[in-house]
Ligand binder design. Sequence first.
Ligand code: UDP
Length: 319
Amino acid sequence: MSRVSITKQVMVTGGAGFLGSHLCDRLIGDGYEVICVDNFFSTSKDNIIHLMNNPRFELYRHDITFPLYMEVDEIFNLACPASPVHYQFDPVQTVKVNVHGAINMLGLAKRTKAKILQASTSEVYGDPAHHPQTEDYWGNVNPNGPRACYDEGKRCAETLFYDYHRQHGVNIRVARLFNTYGPRMAMNDGRVVSNFVVQALRNEPLSVYGSGDQTRSFCYVEDMIDGLVRLMRAPDDLSGPVNLGNPTEITIRNLAEAIIELTGSRSTVEEHPLPQDDPVRRCPDITRATDLLDWKPTATLERGLKPTIAYFDKLLKAG
Ligand code: UDP
């Protein structure tokens, strides 16, 4: 059935999450009609409450492991708990949301001829033997460890995206998102930035896992959202996944020190056991994103941490 409306209908699965809610904000700001689909497993209505009265915003409580029938022009498939604490809570459901969820959303895209973007992850590279990670690196993933439900789930989702493209001509895009931070990260999701900021604001010791020599590269949320939107708008002949992330690598210990300094905290650093299969180094090569999308992150760690710290400070003061 065709629609009368000429405004594009964009679906965001996981739309009430940290990234999803920022993406909904951006798309509403750009003039689209947004259908936010979320089952609120690891997300919060607080992230989207400000959009609820907007006539171009619609919230649909739904678990994408079950089929969904509606008319859409574009789908951003972000649904999946992304922090180890949340995705390891119910690992079978994590696999289902990545595999059954991808099949359902790809089926929807196939029927409606919608463009569909998959939020894949740097975790497809596992504990990488190749540094920095380029898109043609196939990864080093433990297929049965505690992170496998997420890593292998996301890898299988990529497989499904490329097979639906080759077999059914679905118009796909695959972004591999590296660590991202900013306001609306969940306070209790165990991610390093949220943990450290909250600990620093409470003047508690910062929990560095292992020696803190492992590295990550942290992208501010605004930059990431801009990358996702550019990828969706990119020409249809784009082939292969695209890394999105900030290529500035930092050790976890240095991140702890930067957060202590920026919060003016009296906190110290305390070493804790390193979780199993924790990747040693992670840093994106973003040449492809820069060439194809004319995209690169602009926010420095300091520029991104300031609003993040202000966000958590407000939450803590509100009790
Ligand atoms: N990490 C840490 N302290 C914490 C939380 C995490 O030292 O309180 C470490 C963790 O072991 C990993 C890095 O910080 O090496 C990033 O962890 P996060 O869970 O944020 O992201 P991911 O491991 O998925 O990249």
